[in-house]
Design a protein around this ligand. Structure first.
Ligand SMILES: [Zn+2]
Length: 499
């Protein structure tokens, strides 16, 4: 029995007159996220987890499920799930168990997956989101530990290959309550979750590499009567955009089915997202947890993380991206946009703060240089801030030279590029290449006189009160000095001479 009656639904509507009727039904969406943990070795053996290795080279009897092999839990993976629990305001269980999830699939060599079932490692947390100015709290049901499966590779010839390097890589499953009501909220959750997982260093959460996958469950509910459509799970989405689109599509599909009285389309099922067509497609009627015959894993003793260790992990949870973003706005008086960009990675945020400390000038100036010229140099070179040849100290020195009027902002851009290329300091480059700004009135005077003589037209305009022309004259002086003149000073001196 999966169909439900919808009393407010006008039935039946002739095909030709079918149209969407707004039903008082709200989407109810839950998200399951799988994230590969950043450990060096696998969950239950010492095989490497390195991505991109030769197929079936990172394997051993345990992760190939050979008879007689025994699993040994990876302590670091347990630590990472507890750390995630701490970041998501969860409680960590004093004692929990691993469970066997039984099913057959070629990429699952043992014919079962070691997971957690009724006793997850961490549970009952929440995350607060800001979605278009609205505060939304999403409850986290649990974050538990399991192992990844291998990977089937289907060839064009019709045969299939199985790759077991991924088999046994520690996987964390984070499950929310069905608290989302829009696709936008799902998108924001995944964006923030990814930032958090990276910030606390447990996963690179790279969806393109499959290191983070999301599975939304979507249905519609009438909040007044509690009546709901059956749940639809969408499998293995590997980008935030795909989640957003698939959830939007699925809400609309169910709304139409309800409005048009097509109850036969509403049953508990698993669908997949067809990226090219932009639709969800039925895969199978949903299996229930009974189908997996879960039972406690007999090869592993219950997990009882020492309380002191757990406490230590909770206490060492770093400042999370959302808090840091708020602090950047208040402490450094940055616009919201800057704070968002700078806290996108912990390394970038650290770099910003370190540079501010050393520069002792305007934080906004640091932010502008970092988000502008520094980022574009890094992007061009295809590296991240922690690999930058320009240290915080070096950037701070460059900014000091600008602030103290030793070089102009324009020259500083070239100096920065040279620093990036050679690793030399700003002061060294400025001195060796004679780039100091000309702030000496005597030196500027002769150039200004030359420009006045060569440009009688604009000079006349300035005298006649056309202020725009002064910009042209300043530009001419800058050109003659290869950008080294102090523009502010040139401007003042020109005005003095011409008015
Ligand atoms: Zn192994």
């Amino acid at each position: 029995m999966y169909g439900l009656a919808f009393p407010k639904c006008p039935l039946p509507i002739p095909n030709s007159r079918r149209k969407v009727i707004q039903m008082p039904m709200e989407p109810m969406i839950g998200l399951e996220v799988h994230a590969q943990l950043n450990t060096e070795s696998k969950m239950f053996c010492s095989c490497s987890t390195k991505f991109g290795a030769e197929p079936n080279s990172n394997v051993c009897p345990t992760c190939l499920g050979l008879p007689g092999s025994l699993p040994v839990p990876n302590r670091r993976a347990v630590e990472y799930v507890i750390r995630t629990g701490a970041a998501l305001n969860c409680q960590t269980a004093a004692r929990c168990r691993f469970a066997r999830k039984n099913y057959f699939y070629p990429d699952l060599a043992k014919n079962f997956q070691i997971s957690q079932y009724d006793e997850p490692l961490t549970h009952d947390g929440y995350i607060d989101l800001d979605v278009d100015g609205e505060q939304v709290r999403i409850r986290i049901r649990r974050a538990h530990l399991e192992e990844d499966t291998g990977k089937n590779i289907h060839l064009a010839t019709g045969s299939s290959l199985v790759e077991y390097n991924r088999s046994g890589i520690p996987l964390m499953e984070i499950v929310t309550e069905p608290d989302f009501t829009t696709a936008e909220q799902c998108r924001e959750y995944l964006t923030q979750l990814r930032l958090i997982l990276r910030c606390i260093g447990v996963s690179n959460a790279n969806m393109e590499e499959g290191a983070m996958r999301a599975e939304p469950t979507v249905n519609l509910v009438d909040r007044e009567t509690g009546e709901a459509t059956p749940k639809v799970e969408i499998k293995n989405l590997n980008s935030i955009r795909a989640v957003y689109q698939a959830v939007s599509y699925e809400i609309e599909r169910q709304r139409r089915a309800v409005a048009e009285g097509r109850e036969d389309e509403l049953f508990q099922q698993t669908r997949r997202w067809d990226e090219d067509k932009g639709v969800t497609v039925l895969m199978r009627r949903k299996e229930t947890s009974d189908d997996y015959m879960y039972f406690p894993e007999p090869d592993l003793v219950p997990l009882e993380p020492e309380p002191e260790w757990v406490e230590e992990i909770y206490a060492s949870c770093p400042e999370l991206p959302a808090e840091r973003r708020e602090r950047f706005c208040t402490e450094y008086d940055l616009p919201r946009y800057d704070a968002e960009v700078l806290t996108e990675s912990r390394q970038l945020a650290d770099y910003f703060e370190e540079t501010c400390k050393r520069f002792e000038g305007s934080a906004k100036m640091v932010s502008n240089w970092l988000m502008g010229d520094v980022m574009s140099l890094l992007n061009e070179a295809g590296i991240t801030i922690d690999q930058s040849p320009i240290s915080c100290e070096m950037l701070a020195e460059l900014l000091r030279l600008i602030k103290e009027d030793v070089i102009s902002g324009k020259i500083a851009k070239d100096v920065l590029a040279t620093m990036f290329e050679t690793g030399r300091s700003a002061a060294e480059i400025v001195e060796e290449e004679g780039l100091e700004q000309i702030s000496d009135t005597g030196a500027l005077e002769s150039v200004i006189d030359e420009v006045i003589e060569e440009n009688p037209g604009p000079v006349e305009d300035v005298r006649a009160g056309k202020d725009k022309a002064i910009g042209f004259l300043v530009g001419q002086v800058m050109r003659k000095t290869q950008g080294q003149a102090n523009p502010q000073m040139v401007n003042e001196m020109l005005r003095e001479k011409l008015t």
